[in-house]
Design a protein around this ligand. Structure first.
Ligand SMILES: *[C@@H]1O[C@H](CO)[C@@H](O)[C@H](O)[C@H]1NC(C)=O
Ligand SMILES: *[C@@H]1O[C@H](CO)[C@@H](O)[C@H](O)[C@H]1NC(C)=O
Ligand SMILES: *[C@@H]1O[C@H](CO)[C@@H](O)[C@H](O)[C@H]1NC(C)=O
Ligand SMILES: *[C@@H]1O[C@H](CO)[C@@H](O)[C@H](O)[C@H]1NC(C)=O
Length: 464
């Protein structure tokens, strides 16, 4: 699982790196700053107004990449408008605004000024200029080398006319590139959002005309009252937010699909491996549990029988060996759980010495009971008595105990004596004992019963 999470992290890391999310370029390069020629009446008020306006604008510009606000009393009422180029992210825009807004106060005590960055624009005046598309101070800046040749000029002209057509209808923004015979030109046009479509068109028509006059310069920026236009021989705008060429869209989709595919495969492998491991664990656990259960039952059963006898005879102590004194039962050493059948088996086992061999199998004691019954029938009980038993034991008493044992192991539970009766039989030698009927598993029937007992997994409930 550690390897799996590592793989996922790697995929996310590679994704983040190739998309270059952390990169923020606010394009905060100063293009031009102009200040007005008329002076305000009370400059200290003007500074105050500006500070409160820019405070308000910070949030607004982060949300909308555009803000305008005015405050104060004429003739010193202050009007401010700021906007970012549409391809900037909100973070980039906020960064750009944070820098550009510090430049306006350098124009004071003039009534205002304009600052153009490549990424954003700000203007302040003591009158409402918001809907101005063009103004006498509008200007252009042509730069760059002049040896790109005719093909570049063709590309730029094509680019400018396309942007002029598109931008007014697309929220005042267009970012494009155009290639002519392998020579590319990149361009961006952006109207301030406060202008309607017609005013934007007016502003950009003028801007395109200015830009055309820059050709064959490889760089041109037009700085109008209501719009900004730029072309270049190098890519500068984030056109992932603008219009993409078919190839760009295709490669982007291919890239996304590739990443998704890798993720799906990685997740698939992870799930499969996880499932297999889990299943194997469960299987191992289950089989082990079953084994444990069987073993536990078996051990419990054997311990039950052996421990019972052990308790009843005080660990086969020398004095008790081979001698099933009534006291053992009477003293209550045989617990309630011991049924009469089990008791009978124990008695026979003890007397015949099978106990010393422990239980090789369930069949041993069944065979045994069937065997102290056959011998009982033919009056040869003496032959099966454990030879290590103390000889001085009354043979008659041992036979009597065997008989009690056989009575307890009779096939029909109804014929078996109760525990109390067994105690009576053991305690009082004069109690008449009935003749035991056959045990549950004689001859061929034995096999069947034996199989049955295996199914029940608990031979002590046998026949009860
Ligand atoms: C992200 O892109 C900028 C330029 O677009 C580049 O300078 C920078 O090294 C890139 N960063 C990473 C981590 O690729
Ligand atoms: C500017 O206005 C403030 C308050 O409106 C006033 O206190 C201050 O004297 C004025 N300064 C000038 C030079 O008029
Ligand atoms: C702007 O300030 C100048 C100089 O104080 C003033 O003459 C002009 O009337 C002001 N404009 C407005 C619209 O108040
Ligand atoms: C480009 O614009 C998109 C959409 O606004 C933005 O998600 C992305 O981060 C931008 N990339 C750069 C390098 O500014």
């Amino acid at each position: 699982m550690a390897t799996y999470s590592l793989l996922i992290s790697l995929v996310i890391y590679v994704m983040a790196f190739s998309i270059n999310l952390s990169h923020a370029d606010p394009r905060a390069d100063l293009v031009k700053q102009t200040c007005g020629k008329v002076r305000v009446q009370n400059v200290s008020n003007y500074f105050k107004y500006y500070s409160s306006i820019t405070d308000y604008m910070q949030d607004e510009i982060y949300r909308n990449k555009f803000a305008f606000k005015d405050t104060g009393e004429p003739p010193d009422r202050l009007y401010v408008l700021a906007q970012c180029m549409d391809d900037l992210t909100n973070d980039e825009c906020a960064l750009c605004f944070a820098q550009i807004s510090t430049l306006i106060p350098s124009c004071f005590p003039s009534t205002g000024g304009r600052v153009y960055f490549d990424g954003c624009f700000i203007r302040a005046e003591n009158y409402s200029f918001y809907r101005e598309a063009l103004a006498p101070e509008d200007t252009k800046r042509c730069s760059g080398i002049l040896n790109k040749g005719q093909e570049f000029s063709v590309a730029v002209k094509e680019l400018l006319s396309k942007m002029l057509l598109k931008a007014p209808s697309f929220r005042g923004f267009a970012s494009k590139h155009e290639t002519s015979n392998g020579i590319s030109a990149y361009g961006m046009a952006n109207c301030w959002k406060i202008l309607d479509r017609d005013l934007c068109s007016i502003c950009l028509s003028e801007a395109v005309a200015s830009a055309l006059s820059c050709i064959p310069s490889t760089e041109a920026r037009v700085l109008n009252a209501g719009c900004f236009l730029r072309y270049s021989d190098a890519s500068f705008a984030n056109d992932s937010n603008g219009e993409h060429s078919k190839e760009e869209v295709f490669s982007y989709i291919t890239y996304i699909m590739g990443v998704v595919l890798i993720c799906v495969i990685a997740i698939g492998i992870g799930v499969c491996v996880g499932k297999l491991t889990y299943r194997r664990k469960i299987r191992l656990k289950q089989s082990k549990e079953t084994e444990d259960l069987l073993l536990e039952e078996r051990v419990q059963y054997m311990q039950f029988k052996y421990a019972t006898l052990d308790t009843a005879t005080e660990s086969f102590s020398e004095t008790n060996r081979g001698y099933m004194a009534p006291e053992y039962i009477a003293k209550g050493r045989l617990t309630e759980k011991v049924d009469v059948y089990s008791f009978g088996v124990l008695v026979i086992e003890m007397i015949t010495g099978v106990q010393n061999n422990k239980y090789q199998s369930d069949k041993t004691y069944e065979t045994l009971v069937t065997c102290a019954w056959k011998h009982f029938q033919s009056n040869t009980v003496q032959e099966i008595i454990d030879t290590s038993m103390t000889i001085d034991q009354d043979a008659e008493e041992i036979e009597r105990v065997v008989q009690i044992g056989l009575l307890c192991t009779q096939e029909s539970p109804n014929l078996r004596p109760t525990t109390t009766e067994v105690v009576q039989m053991l305690r009082k030698k004069d109690v008449e004992l009935s003749s035991p009927s056959k045990p549950p598993f004689t001859d061929e029937l034995m096999e069947l019963h034996y199989l049955g007992s295996l199914d029940q997994q608990h031979p002590s409930t046998f026949g009860l």
